[in-house]
Design a protein around this ligand. Structure first.
Ligand code: ADP
Ligand code: MG
Length: 401
């Protein structure tokens, strides 16, 4: 298992490779990757900030021009101009401290990156091109008064901006507020993504038909495996040298794949795997009115998950959330490329007619036996605490801001 953790010299990057829980080789990175340079270009305010000061700083740092944004941060509303012949797609996602991240464990760049990645992944699933992002942010009041808090905010925004720049998504507005609870309050972020797709052509969950083949991009289970390593270590990760190879900290939304599926008319239905394959496949099946069978041997399991052992790797691939890959369907007549936009595409099963007595989802095991597959990914209000929450009470007491 490879995770990044805190460096022992201020200002340097130290990558610790942990194999099966035992620390070994320290690797000091001297060449800084592009994402890292972007992360640290951002202005850091040396003085206490107020709401207006923070908004002004955000406006300065995100003043990139965009054809789609006629008017960005600074007025009561933003004005967007979607391309002619397109329709507008909108998605919104919470990123909540204690629910989606831990301030004592996750690097702030990762929190900002994941906040934007979640919205971008929803646009990718519909084949849309992003036009603009909007961020509503609630922060404990003390964060703007203390330099550690301002540093956290600057690093959060630089992570968000690095991913936004990569996909040319401007931040065109938002809202800023003090979260309740004083010093002990939580960081709460809600991101809105606005995208565009040619009128009537956006990919949906509901377009799958019996006989269609089922495909997935990239690899599954990596995010769950990396998260479990982070939680096992219970130590803050200070800096990461590169965003690559960190499926949990820095997931890669599959925007190019989604746009390519739409443009080339390859997919009949599509969804992003944010809550786990079993849960998201169930959504696609219900929306399309079909059943599905996946082949266990075909599942592309992430190398980080493989290191957990066969059983845990399969569980992570089937039910681990936050992989942000695309799960999509295509008629068997479609000759699917082995990769799209440089991302591997794997056929993992097919859709079947809905019949009484047939389970919604089955899995064909390597020995030829069939088992029913139940959705066991992430669901809010299901009464099961997500792994991220364990230790939150402790972390609230321990953290410094
Ligand atoms: P209003 O009181 O009209 O809601 P605000 O003072 O909240 O205006 O915001 C001023 C401008 O700053 C608006 O354009 C708004 O979209 C933008 N803004 C506020 N907070 C954020 C944020 N967290 N991220 C990006 N833009 C923001
Ligand atoms: Mg406001």
């Amino acid at each position: 298992m490879s995770v990044l953790c805190e460096g022992n010299k201020p200002g340097t990057l130290v990558q610790q490779i942990v194999t099966n829980g035992s620390p070994c080789n320290y690797h000091e990175s001297t060449t800084l990757g592009l994402p890292f340079m972007l992360l640290y270009k951002m202005t850091r305010s040396p003085k206490p900030l107020g709401e207006l000061g923070l908004i002004e700083q955000i406006r300065r740092d995100f003043s990139a021009s965009s054809k789609a944004v006629t008017l960005g941060i600074g007025d009561d509303c933003a004005i967007l101009r979607p391309p002619a012949g397109s329709e507008v797609l909108v998605t919104t996602d919470f990123t909540l401290e204690g629910r989606h991240f831990r301030r004592d464990l996750h690097p702030p760049e990762s929190v900002g990156h994941r906040c934007l990645a979640r919205g971008l992944s929803d646009l990718a699933a519909m084949g849309a091109t992003p036009l603009a992002a909007f961020l509503s942010l609630a922060l404990p009041g003390t964060m703007l008064a203390e330099s550690a808090g301002r540093d956290w905010i600057a690093r959060f925004f630089s992570g968000l901006r690095a991913l936004g720049d990569m996909h040319r998504v401007p931040l065109a507005g938002g809202d800023t507020s003090e979260s309740p609870g004083g010093k002990g309050g939580f960081i709460l972020a809600d991101i809105v993504l606005v995208g565009a797709a040619p009128r009537g052509e956006a990919l949906r969950r509901s377009g799958g038909a019996a006989g269609d083949a089922l495909y997935v991009t990239g690899q599954l289970g990596g995010a769950a495996a990396e998260l479990s390593a982070i939680l096992r270590r219970q130590r803050r990760i200070l800096n990461v040298a590169t965003t690559e190879g960190h499926p949990n900290l820095f997931p890669e939304p599959r925007l190019d794949v989604g746009e390519s599926l739409l443009r080339r008319k390859l997919a009949t239905a599509c969804i992003d795997v944010s809550d786990g394959l079993s849960t998201d496949l169930a959504h696609l099946c219900r929306a399309s009115g079909v059943c599905a069978e996946i082949e266990q041997a075909s599942l592309p399991i992430h190398p980080l998950a493989r290191k957990l052992g066969a059983t845990a790797a399969l569980q992570a691939a089937l039910h681990g959330g936050e992989d942000y890959e695309l799960l999509f369907t295509a008629p068997p007549s479609v000759l699917m490329p082995s990769s799209l936009a440089g991302v591997p595409i794997t056929r993992i099963g097919s859709l079947k007619n809905r019949r009484s007595g047939r389970p919604l989802m089955t899995m064909l095991a390597p020995d030829g036996s069939r088992v029913e597959l139940n959705p066991a990914g992430w669901e809010h209000f299901s009464g099961i605490s997500p792994p991220i929450r364990s230790g939150i009470a402790k972390s609230r007491k321990k953290r410094s801001h």
